[in-house]
Design a protein around this ligand. Structure first.
Ligand SMILES: [Zn+2]
Length: 136
C-alpha cells in the first residue's frame, strides 16, 4: 500500500464508507478486522483480501500512535485541489498502520519520524467530516 493510494476518493470506492463516516461523526476513527484470520485493514474493507472472508468487525483506532513516515502533498486529487499543501502521514497505533493527514497547524520543523500523535476527528470547510493526527 503506497501513499498514492490514499485519499477520500479511494475510501468510498473500497469501503463501507457509510459506517466509517457514521463513526467519524461520533468522534471515532475505525478500521476493520477480519474475524476469521485477524488481519486489520485501514482504510476499512468489507472483505478480507487475505483469506477472502466477509466476516469483518470494526475496531477503534485509539490512544497514541507513532509517526512512521510522512510526505508533503502539493497536488490534490480532483475536487481537493484547495486542500494542498498538507502532510500525509503513516502512523503506527499498536501495530496497526493508519494513513491520514497531520493537522494543518503543526509546524513543519516539529514533524519527525517517531513523533507521538493521536487521531482526532475534524470537520472540513464545506462540512465534510474527516480526521487528522495531532501531536500529543
Ligand atoms: Zn481474513
Amino acid at each position: 500500500m503506497g501513499f498514492e493510494k490514499f485519499g477520500r476518493v479511494s475510501f468510498t470506492a473500497q469501503t463501507k464508507a457509510g459506517a466509517f463516516v457514521e463513526y467519524l461523526e461520533k468522534g471515532e476513527l475505525r478500521g476493520t478486522r477480519c474475524r476469521s484470520c485477524g488481519r486489520v485493514y485501514f482504510p476499512p474493507r468489507a472483505d478480507c483480501s487475505f483469506c477472502l472472508s466477509s466476516d469483518m468487525e470494526w475496531f477503534k483506532v485509539e490512544g497514541q500512535g507513532s509517526l512512521v513516515s510522512f510526505t508533503r502533498v502539493n497536488y490534490g486529487p480532483t475536487g481537493f485541489e484547495s486542500d494542498v499543501p498538507y502532510i500525509l502521514a503513516l502512523v503506527d497505533f499498536n501495530g496497526t498502520r493508519v494513513f491520514g493527514r497531520l493537522g494543518k497547524d503543526v509546524p513543519e520543523e516539529q514533524i519527525a519520524v517517531g513523533m507521538i500523535v493521536k487521531a482526532v476527528t475534524s470537520t472540513l470547510p464545506g462540512g465534510q467530516i474527516s480526521y487528522e493526527f495531532l501531536p500529543v
